[in-house]
Design a protein around this ligand. Structure first.
Ligand SMILES: Nc1ncnc2c1ncn2[C@@H]1O[C@H](COP(=O)(O)OP(=O)(O)OP(=O)(O)O)[C@@H](O)[C@H]1O
Ligand SMILES: [Mg+2]
Length: 169
């Protein structure tokens, strides 16, 4: 499923929408360049899950756990970009089964640890125009993002995010 996300607030709103649908055992892998909006989306997911904030860029830790405010699953926010590899990921000993795990830059590293995951690919939308690129150097400025939501595996089968056709379709 593809979405165009107009601004920062809309990215948080998309996260809240997703967060409302996530449950323990779910893995969300966010990919996109620096400043794409991965942490912004995760902040919305945290709101939707109703976990304790604030969700921030995990600069000093590889994974931060946000406990639920409503007795539900915690959010584990992973900065996979800073992980050197699968061994270091295993050392974190994440409780995938009982948490919602959201990993920034987790593509490739995390796909192997679960049989289902929701891949979110965020891209800044601009044409190939050089003037455009120069004008958008200011990462803070609201600017549309292209967001692809790709559900892999049985967890997402039959949902609007699924990349596989529904059985019997
Ligand atoms: N449509 C948009 N969606 C999301 N963020 C946007 C949008 N337009 C502008 N922004 C801004 O872009 C920045 C995104 O920063 P954010 O930390 O979420 O990115 P990130 O992908 O997590 O970066 P990093 O790779 O450094 O972790 C924020 O300053 C946000 O306000
Ligand atoms: Mg980030």
């Amino acid at each position: 499923m593809h979405r165009t996300v107009a601004d920062t607030e809309a990215m948080e709103a998309l996260g809240r929408e997703l967060g409302g649908q996530l449950r323990a055992g779910d893995l969300v892998v966010l990919t996109g360049p620096l400043g794409a909006g991965k942490t912004t989306l995760t902040r919305g997911i945290g709101d939707g899950l109703r976990v304790r904030g604030p969700v921030q860029s995990p600069t000093f830790v590889l994974a931060r756990t946000h406990p639920s405010l409503v007795g539900a699953a915690p959010l584990v926010h992973v900065d996979a970009y800073r992980l050197s590899g699968a061994a270091e990921l295993e050392d974190l000993d994440l409780d995938f089964a009982n948490s919602v795990v959201v990993a920034e830059w987790g593509a490739g590293l995390l796909d192997d640890v679960a049989d289902s995951w929701l891949e979110v690919v965020i891209e800044r939308r601009r044409g190939g125009d050089a003037a455009d690129v120069a004008a958008s150097d200011d990462l803070e400025a609201d600017e549309p993002r292209s967001v692809q939501l790709l559900g892999h595996g049985p967890r997402w089968a039959g949902t609007p995010y699924s990349v596989a056709p529904a059985l019997g379709a």
